[in-house]
Design a protein around this ligand. Structure first.
Ligand code: ADP
Ligand code: MG
Length: 202
């Protein structure tokens, strides 16, 4: 089932990119992002092994709760609440409308908890343009594969677009203009989370 597959796939991708995320966070933060997320998604994989939840909704809620209780730092509660809110609109069959609604809920959760706006050099700078692009495409009739493809393409561009931004939220904001020229670690991990979802769509 797609939601379980998604959780396992994120765990693999985060493990493979652990050092990259640590390095990105070393440049403009405290070098713990890769470690935090790897710990969190290992716990997610253990949660999935232990709970044979048949419904996507329960799986996403379980992933969110697991992240909140296992990930320190800013990203844990932000990703955790995104998964919990995505659970509210998830269905066992992933449709374009479900995907669009999930992205919209993730944005609402991240903004509700972190109070960031666009262009503050955070993970929101990926979730927001991705949600906008996918929601527009789905309204215009895009199918699931095209929507998921657009999701990862937009995520890539949006993550790269954080490089010239000045961080004004979170720990990186302490460095002010010295954050210019660096990719935001949360933008990079969001790209992995969305890449993993893309791989669950055939
Ligand atoms: P910490 O900054 O506490 O060490 P992490 O290193 O795990 O936490 O996560 C850092 C990432 O969290 C940043 O790269 C940024 O994308 C994201 N982030 C931080 N604060 C916010 C916020 N208020 N809203 C959205 N994202 C945020
Ligand atoms: Mg950090």
């Amino acid at each position: 089932m797609w939601a379980r597959q998604w959780g396992y796939r994120i765990a693999d991708l985060v493990k493979d990119n652990r050092e990259t995320l640590i390095e990105l966070d070393r440049q403009i933060g405290d070098a713990d992002h890769g470690e935090n997320l790897d710990r969190g998604f290992c716990a997610v994989a253990e949660y999935l092994d232990a709970h044979a939840d048949p419904h996507a909704e329960d799986v996403l809620r379980g992933i969110g709760m697991t992240l909140i209780s296992n990930v320190g730092g800013a990203a844990g509660p932000l990703y955790g609440s995104a998964f919990i809110r995505m659970a509210d609109v998830a269905n066992d069959e992933l449709t374009p409308a479900t995907l669009a609604a999930m992205l919209d809920r993730a944005v609402a959760a991240i903004q509700g908890r972190g109070h960031a706006q666009a262009h503050e050099k955070t993970m929101l700078d990926v979730w927001l343009p991705v949600s906008d692009a996918v929601n527009t495409a789905v309204d215009e009739g895009a199918d699931l594969v095209a929507s998921a493809q657009l999701m990862t393409e937009t995520a890539h561009t949006a993550a790269q677009n954080t490089i010239p931004m000045v961080a004004t939220k979170g720990r990186a904001s302490y460095l002010g203009e010295r954050t210019i020229g660096h990719l935001d670690p949360g933008a990079a991990s969001t790209q992995l989370i969305l890449q993993a979802l893309r791989e669950c769509v055939s």
